[in-house]
Write a protein that binds this ligand. Sequence first.
Ligand code: 5GP
Length: 173
Amino acid sequence: MMAELIPVLTQNDINTLVAATARRISSDYQDHDLVLIGVLKGAFVFIADLVRHLSIPVEIDFIRVLSYGSGVSSSRNIQLTKDIETDIKNKDVLIIEDIVDTGLTLKYLIDYLKTYHPKTVRVCTLIDKHERREVDIEIDYICHTVAEGFLVGYGLDYDENYRYLPGVYHFQL
Ligand code: 5GP
C-alpha cells in the first residue's frame, strides 16, 4: 500500500509563520532570561529555524518524552527519556513543541518543568491540532492550526520516516 502525502504547509508558508512567531517572542521577552526547551525529536527543525529568526538572546535546551511509540494514536503512558541540563530556576521558559494533539504530553511537560521553579512557563507550537484535545491547556504561540489528521514532515515523523521533508503534509495510508 502506498502512503499519500497531501501538502499542508510549504517551506515558504513555514518560513513566514515562523518569522512572525519569532517577532512576537522577541518583543514579548525583551530583557528576560529566556530559555527555549525543544521537545525531541519532533521539534528539532522548528526550534532551529525559530531561534535564527529571534532578535533577543536565548538559552536553548532539549527534553525528550516518548508518548507515541511508532503508531498514530496517542499513548497515555508518557515517559521522560532525556531531561534538561540547564538551570531554569527563576528564568522564563518557553516550551517549543512540534504539534499539540490531546495535550497530554504538554500537560505532563508543564507540570514537570514547574518542579524546577522557573519564573514562567509558556508554550509555543508549530501546529495546534484540535480534534482530540483532552486537557485544557493554554498555548501562547501557535504558528498554524489544523482540525484533524496525521501530519508528517518538518521534524514530524511516521515511524521515523519523513522528518527530513521541508514542508508539512497530511499523511494518508
Ligand atoms: P499529545 O500528547 O498532545 O496527544 O501528543 C503530542 C505528541 O504526539 C507530539 O509531540 C507528537 O510527537 C505526537 N503527535 C501528535 N499528533 C501528531 C501528528 O499528527 N503527526 C505526528 N508525526 N506526530 C504527532
